[in-house]
Design a protein around this ligand. Structure first.
Ligand SMILES: Cc1cc2nc3c(=O)[nH]c(=O)nc-3n(C[C@H](O)[C@H](O)[C@H](O)COP(=O)(O)O)c2cc1C
Length: 323
């Protein structure tokens, strides 16, 4: 008997950060079975052994206890939806999924960070769980950012930047101030674009208006104002009339309201500038690495959502809004 509350025990266990896996096998009828599990761990290099544990209440307990084979899929950061799917009881978890069959006969999922095909070596009673130890008979891996689980929530992993300068006083309005960091990062990042903008005689708001029209297509003036409101450029510096005077935009009626479209020369100018910005991004992503770039974007999206006072989304719905 224990004298502590199980909820608090769970909470404390959640302090231990893990990856997330899906373990698959086949039941006695040969049907595919799978569960989401974060109890996975490495055990031994020689012989190659891994373990995980399955709740005795899991519907798939029998299949895992008797099949003699199972495959652990270490999920990548993109596979949160798959994790949720295999954590739900009683639905057809494999419906619509493309799977292969591994050399151990178990279903193989794709797009994972690593996969370990195993043969059961030992089974141990583990209280309300059954502990399965397996010998790895085959494995593969892909260079993908892993999905992480901490404190009952999904997370992303980032490397600690060892050489970044130490934080100074906690509330100082300087090098550790978020506004300074975001602002400096923005100016340095777009530094490569500055010369190009000057060459074209374009201001920041003008480039912003052109790239918004490139991304969104023809817009009414009201919609454009709304899309640009978060920049703080409006209404004093509305760039639209000047761009139209330069024949980079042309006035058009959009659903009965005044609006603007890119002209051919406006499109050519902005496509070139966007290409420079994209090349800058590719260069930075290469230096940061895909994982950290993803974490950085995730945090910036959260910051945008948290500081947004009602302006419309600047990215498309399928990119998702920061949680
Ligand atoms: C991140 C995460 C980790 C989990 N880890 C385990 C685990 O290690 N062992 C386990 O039995 N269940 C684990 N679960 C719960 C099972 O995935 C869930 O109970 C599932 O419905 C079991 O499927 P079944 O009842 O169809 O067998 C986890 C769920 C999540 C979301």
């Amino acid at each position: 008997m224990t004298d502590f509350k199980s909820q608090e025990f769970r909470h404390a266990l959640g302090a231990f950060t893990t990856g997330v896996t899906i373990v698959t096998t086949c039941d006695a009828d040969g049907e595919p079975v799978g569960v989401t599990a974060n109890s996975f761990n490495s055990v031994s290099l020689d012989p190659p052994l891994v373990l995980w544990s399955i709740a005795k209440t899991a519907r798939s307990l029998g299949a895992f206890a008797h099949s003699g084979h199972w495959t652990v899929h270490v999920l990548s950061a993109e596979q949160e939806g798959l994790s949720d799917r295999f954590a739900r009881r009683g639905e057809d978890k494999f419906a619509g999924l493309e799977t292969e069959t591994g050399s151990n006969g178990c279903p193989l999922l794709t797009g994972c960070a690593a996969r370990f095909q195993c043969r059961t070596s030992f089974e141990y009673d583990g209280g309300d769980h059954l502990i399965l130890v397996g010998e790895v008979v085959a494995f593969d891996r892909e260079d993908k950012a892993p999905l992480v689980f901490h404190g009952g929530r999904y997370a992303l992993a980032t490397r600690k930047g060892g050489e970044s300068p130490a934080a100074d006083e906690p509330h100082s309005f300087s090098e550790d101030f978020l506004g300074y960091l975001v602002g400096r990062a923005h100016y340095q990042f777009l530094g490569a674009l500055r010369g190009e903008l000057e060459e074209q005689g374009l201001t920041d708001p003008e480039f912003f208006a052109l790239s918004t029209l490139l991304q969104r297509g023809t817009q009414s003036q009201a919609a454009l104002d709304e899309l640009m409101r978060h920049s703080g450029f409006l209404p004093q510096f509305s760039p639209l009339t000047r761009l139209a005077a330069r024949h980079l935009l042309e006035a058009q009626t959009v659903e009965g309201a005044p609006g603007y479209a890119l002209t051919a020369s406006g499109r050519a100018v902005v496509v070139r500038l966007v290409a420079v910005a994209k090349a800058r991004e590719a260069d930075l992503v290469e230096k940061l690495g895909q994982w950290d770039a993803r974490v950085l974007k995730n945090l910036l999206k959260q910051m945008i959502a948290l500081t947004d006072n009602g302006t419309v989304k600047v990215w498309h719905p399928q990119d998702g809004r920061a949680a």
